[in-house]
Design a protein. Sequence first.
Length: 125
Amino acid sequence: MNTQFAASAYAKVQNHSSIEIASPHKLVLMLFDGALERIVQAKGAMQYGNIEQKGKRINSAISVVSGLRESLDSAKGGDIADNLDGLYVYIQDILFKSHVKNDIELLDEAAHLLSELRSAWVQIG
């Protein structure tokens, strides 16, 4: 895992003092939490018709998922890392489509997938 990239991706989204002392496992967990938080914020902005905030939050969530993708180590993770990469690409795609279509159900789908991945990540910790 590229720990430096994961830390950098998270720092761009949210300044958090514990990031420098977090383990690689904790950094990935923070990325999941950051993406989920942005999706909830985007959903609220979408429901209230705040187009600017919706766009900012969805773009931010896409960036965090990009950080998750970049933290994958294909050499060590093999097929699992490759499958996760494909899933992250899919999540980024549905986030983009949710923005274009103003579709809350797509935001819910992205949040559900990320929540499932987060739960699995917590269990392997």
